[in-house]
Structure formats: C-alpha cells, structure tokens
Design a protein around this ligand. Structure first.
Ligand code: COA
Length: 172
C-alpha cells in the first residue's frame, strides 16, 4: 500500500485491488453519481477489473487516490487527479460515500491534493468541472480557491469550469 499524502484526519493512498468493492458500492448509489456523468458498474467484477486495470500511476505518476480515515483506515471515498492526454489538462475530482458528506472531507482531501500537486508534482494548473446543480462540488472548489472561468457544456450538460493556477498557490 502506497500512501501519497496525509491531512489532519485523512490519508490518501494508491488504489488496491480490494477497492473494487468500494467503487462498486459508491457508483451504485444514484445520489452519488447524479452529477458525475458515470453509470453504476454492472457488477462487482466490472468494478474489480476497473481497479486492476487502473494504470494512471504508472503512466503519469499520479491519479485518483483512495481517501481513508486516519483513525480506522476506513475507505471513505476517492480524490485526486486525472490527466487528459489530448488537452494536457489535469483535472481534480472527488467522490465520497454519502454517509461521509458534509463533514469537510472533500475540502480537506482536495486541499491536500492541490498542495501535493503544486509542491511535489510541479503542476502549473489544475482544472475542476462540475454541473451547475452540483452545489456541494462548487463549494468544495471555491473553498479550495479555484477561480471560476466560464460556463461550459460538459457531457452535454450545463457546467462550470474552474482553474487553480500556481500563482494562486503562492498568494495563499
Ligand atoms: C461533492 C462531494 C465530494 C462533497 O463532499 P463533502 O465531503 O460533503 O464536502 P465538504 O464537507 O468538504 O463540503 C464543502 C462545502 O460544501 C457544502 N456542501 C456540502 N454538501 C452540500 C450540498 N448538498 N449543497 C450545498 N452545499 C453543500 C458544505 O457545507 C461545505 O461548505 P461549508 O464548509 O461552508 O459548510 C460529495 O457531495 C460527493 O461525493 N458527491 C457525489 C460525487 C460528486 O458529485 N462529485 C463531484 C463531481 S464534479
């Protein structure tokens, strides 16, 4: 198990094969995937295969990471980056089990990722996108000091594009 970073209450680690279970149950909750454009996995096997074939760490040196509670090591969700090789954009994303919403874990994990991305991985810019109805996600991005850029169409839906640039990091 490779731990990537720690925050006050959380640690973020690379995915392990048994996380397929969590991916299956996370995406199986209609409220969790409502604003993500994702579908539930067909079955546990499909989720397991997704994790087994997850190659971002090897390809790019970063990716999405499992977010776990320091106290119990429990998996509560995921947070981290996704590299788009066509646009060279690095996107920050997050998704948590519903029972853990509203207690600041997404903001805490996202801030930890940004610090790691800019200080350790030397990122210049990270983008965040969310559907306009996804108030929780907008709040997380704004609490992390992402700057609103423009309204966009994302998966054919009205969405907002935010960016976080290296300069922001220096000022804060
Ligand atoms: C988006 C998500 C990750 C936020 O996680 P979270 O841990 O609940 O977020 P936080 O607790 O850090 O909350 C951040 C802020 O948003 C607010 N917030 C949380 N849920 C909210 C909601 N449904 N509506 C409005 N504001 C909300 C919080 O109150 C907090 O602001 P505050 O500190 O001023 O009170 C979580 O709701 C989730 O997993 N959603 C499903 C997946 C998803 O939509 N991912 C993003 C796709 S772009």
């Amino acid at each position: 198990m490779k731990i990537i970073l720690e925050t006050e209450r959380l640690f973020l680690r690379e995915f392990v094969p048994s996380d397929g279970f969590h991916f299956f149950y996370l995406n199986n909750d209609p409220e969790v995937i409502k604003y993500t454009g994702n579908q539930p996995f067909k079955n546990l096997e499909e989720a397991n295969n997704f994790i087994l074939n997850y190659s971002e760490y090897n390809k790019y040196g970063f990716g999405r990471w499992a977010v776990c509670l320091k106290e119990t090591s429990e998996f509560v969700g995921w947070c981290g980056f996704k590299f788009d090789k066509d646009s060279s954009e690095i996107d920050l994303g997050f998704r948590f089990y519903k029972k853990y919403w509203g207690i600041g874990y997404a903001t805490e994990a996202a801030k930890g990722c940004l610090q790691f991305g800019f200080l350790d991985l030397n990122f210049k810019e990270v983008v965040g996108r969310c559907y306009i109805e996804n108030k929780a996600s907008i709040n997380v991005l704004e609490k992390c000091n992402f700057k609103f850029q423009k309204n966009i169409l994302y998966d054919s839906k009205q969405a907002k594009l935010y960016t976080f640039k290296n300069d922001n990091n220096k000022k804060n």
